[in-house]
Write a protein that binds this ligand. Sequence first.
Ligand code: NAP
Ligand code: MG
Length: 479
Amino acid sequence: MTDSPFEYAPAPESRDIANLKPHYRPFIGGQFVEGAGEPLKTINPATEEVLAEVETASASDVDKAVQAARKAYDKVWGRMPGSERAKYLFRIARLIQERSRELAVLETLDNGKPIKESRDSDVPTAAAHFFYHAGWADKLDYAGLGPDPRPLGVAGQIIPWNFPLLMLAWKIAPALATGNTVVLKPAETTPLTALVFAEICQQAELPPGVVNIVPGAGDIGAELVNHHGIDKIAFTGSTDVGKLIQRSVAGTPKRLTLELGGKAANVVFDDAPLDQAVEGIVNGIFFNQGHVCCAGSRLLVQESIADELLEKLRYRVSTLRLGDPLDKNTDVGAINSAKQLAKIHELVDSGDNEGAQRWTSSCPLPERGFFFAPTVFSDVQQSMRIAREEIFGPVLSVLTFRTPDEAVAKANNTPYGLSAGIWTEKGSRILWMANQLRAGVVWANTFNRFDPAAPFGGYQESGFGREGGRAGLEAYLNA
Ligand code: NAP
Ligand code: MG
């Protein structure tokens, strides 16, 4: 790390706050039940220690969960007035706030993300999604989706490991607000906060079966996708699995939304405020160790300022603190799994072999756990794997451009289309660029900003359908 005028004393959050239990179970029909699947052990990726054993669902457990969700839909939830459903969503939101420290520490233990991110971003944004959707539940008739929009029925929801509780909130809050019931499968490496969320559903006295949580691996996700009692599948994850799911539901009446991968361009023009842009670039790619589908993983810099910007960027990245995710001073935590770490190494090696210039922060790496030092590749060509493939790690690829047209052409030269960033002082250029960029979300002079009122989703291989805002309601209604 760069010489700093002072050292930071360790400031670890206490892991006792997580109320970690040795054992967790699936949540079906309002109860924690025995799971007939192979139990899994979830680990702390920062230390590789086992945190807890989790019973997983079997195919017949998925069937029970779908039946419980159907019954709850037919008998209670699908008939309840929106104004009543809203009260449950408000209660859940308040309970997430009340248990926010516990949820933040648990998320950090299970996922490896810095506590300051789970505490200040993931958990408050999850609560905000429930508050926001509580407000919609009794106003659906006025959402511009037809005079009497109806819920779809039972939603099967599958989420990834990078924002476990937040992705759960993005899925469950709109489904419940619109009168659907859900069966959700969390990711194999991060099931714990979803099971604490199940406790919150009990605390909120949510009618049994409205929310069911079935921990398990990809095969349990596939069981859910192929179950005949499901009316809608909402999936967030990789483009490969998204394609598999699309094939599975083709020809069935199931509705589908896919939130998949990305390779966002973050475009910096020569008139941009550079120090501000550097902060945005760092936030864009090093937030959550770069495990962000909309990460600004391709930096496009106007050639005339490239050297100056890169120098500032390297200096700033060298000051990022990597280490214990529970330490409140940590900026970069652990990579979620050995598998993901291996994928990052493979792509970084390809960058070396294809001739890009690698710069890696000299921050020390802990001896145990899965860690990867922040890395910036310059002299990147569009043909290189590190410019085309999603690395999903703390690795930035830097390309240059001369004219706005070239910036647009390079930014859009990707099979994905989830997000993009623009840095310039010119308002007219922001509007022109935003119209040209093929991306679901375009940020201007900022990056990675989320709000439940703003729809999020992709173009092309980043998927289809929107989550959040009025547009997100549409995915759960028969309008
Ligand atoms: P993944 O392998 O596609 O896994 C996502 C989820 O799908 C997990 O719960 C996984 O279970 C499950 N799954 C695996 N195979 C399945 C199958 N055949 N049928 C049904 N479900 C299956 O993705 P990942 O690598 O864990 O997550 C990272 C990816 O998610 C990245 O590509 C990222 O861009 C994308 N992502 C997108 C968004 C967005 O909003 N667009 C947000 C976050 C992440 P297991 O965990 O047990 O494998
Ligand atoms: Mg884990």
